[in-house]
Design a protein around this ligand. Structure first.
Ligand code: ADP
Ligand code: MG
Length: 372
């Protein structure tokens, strides 16, 4: 009769292509029950947005199909997002698993557009997602969501995020009476506001918190990098931006601060001809890919130019909602999967580092014991 050992051995041959580890040692097999040749378990993926979830599920089914003695097999597939660096005991942000800062070298590259549509794409996979508009000088998320008049309530000294399309949203634009007026605050106040938005908000069990940063390397990106151990930074570039090297400066700053770079996204990268579906690289080809090679950071995707993105932004209608089949929405979806996969990779690395740190401590202790 087939035994649990034999089943686990077969399943151990299934490797998560992102994490490069087998699914059994990653703890992805849960609630395994084997009764008289009837097998049942849950496959728990590391994120609902995993680009390989279909592949992993198929590999599991194939592995199980090789065990001929089984009478029946029933598998449930779920996802539990891995915890990145943000779940830090001191940060107070226990309910947020991953914080992703979206940065760029200069303004107007589409940081807010990318932040919002990636947040929506992740949320559409079933993940719980928050969006923090940290561009205190020029908040644009409320307008892009058609929420100009929305406001946040305060309960038990905590901000309650506004809700839109399933996202939990916080923006300085909800506070500024006339959000079209640029805020004129000095650095320390700005940093204080950002810290409050991060820590004093009642985020409810978020898998991902996307933080839309102002451009460049000023007080706000610095505060984010230094206040909370975030999962990492996503750098948005455009083809022109690559040529002028400003993205490189932003990457340099975060690397100096030891903040992981999740990867680079090229926005307004090309134009998809609506008639022939051909891609036209109007401003030149491969800029972000060159940055990714130069800095050895992942290339996460390229978002085409689409006039609907601009008109939709002004009307509060994001493309992921209004035109989910458009090439731009498809590009946001595939980029979001790559972002989620990189977050899982960073979280797995963090767990490994912590495990080896602990085992280092253990062997130190053993060493001391031996010396006694
Ligand atoms: N892929 C795109 N195609 C067309 N227009 C875009 C695209 N990405 C952004 N835009 C437009 O470019 C402008 C700047 O984008 P925004 O997201 O506000 O940039 P940032 O936050 O970096 O300053 C906005 O009008 C936006 O609608
Ligand atoms: Mg912006």
């Amino acid at each position: 009769m087939v035994g649990i050992d034999q089943i686990l051995e077969k399943l151990s041959a299934v490797i998560d292509p992102d994490l490069k580890k087998d699914i059994v040692s990653m703890g992805m097999i849960k609630d395994l029950e084997l009764n008289d040749g009837n097998l049942k378990f849950t496959l728990e993926l590391t994120t609902p947005a995993c680009p390989f979830n279909v592949e992993i599920e198929d590999d599991v089914r194939k592995a199980i199909a090789e065990i001929k003695e089984l009478k029946n097999f029933d598998m449930k597939v779920t996802a539990k997002v891995m915890e990145g660096r943000s779940l830090d005991a001191d940060s107070g942000m226990f309910t947020v698993k991953n914080i992703i800062g979206v940065a760029s070298g200069k303004g107007g590259v589409g940081k807010s557009t990318v932040s919002l549509n990636l947040a929506l794409a992740l949320s559409q996979t079933g993940a719980k997602v928050g969006l923090l508009d940290a561009d205190i000088y020029g908040p644009s998320i409320p307008l892009m969501l058609g929420m100009k008049s929305a406001y946040m309530e305060v309960e038990n000294n905590k901000l309650q995020p506004a809700k839109s399309h399933g996202l939990q949203v916080v923006s300085f634009g909800f506070f500024a009476e006339q959000s079209h007026q640029a805020a004129i605050y000095r650095g320390p106040i700005i940093s204080g506001i950002l810290k409050q938005f991060l820590v004093d908000t009642n985020w409810s069990d978020l898998d991902y918190l996307i933080v839309d940063l102002p451009p460049g390397t000023g007080d706000i990106p610095l505060t984010l990098a230094q206040t909370i151990p975030i999962t990492g930074i996503l750098v948005v570039t455009t083809p022109q931006d690559v040529a002028s090297n400003v993205a490189v400066k932003a990457i340099g700053m975060f690397e100096k601060l030891n903040v992981p770079i999740i990867g680079v996204v090229e926005n307004m990268s090309h134009f998809v001809c609506p008639n022939c579906n051909d891609k036209h690289y109007i401003f030149g080809d491969g800029g972000a890919k060159r940055i990714s090679e130069q800095f050895k950071i992942p290339f996460l995707g390229e978002i085409p130019l689409n006039s609907g993105i601009m008109s939709g932004s002004d009307l509060g209608k994001p493309i992921m909602i209004t035109n989910p089949d458009s090439p731009s929405a498809q590009a946001f979806r595939s980029t979001a999967k790559n972002v989620a996969a990189q977050c899982s990779i960073l979280a797995a690395k963090l767990q490994d580092d912590m495990a080896s740190e602990n085992s280092g401590k253990d062997s130190e202790d053993t060493g001391k014991d031996l010396q006694k």
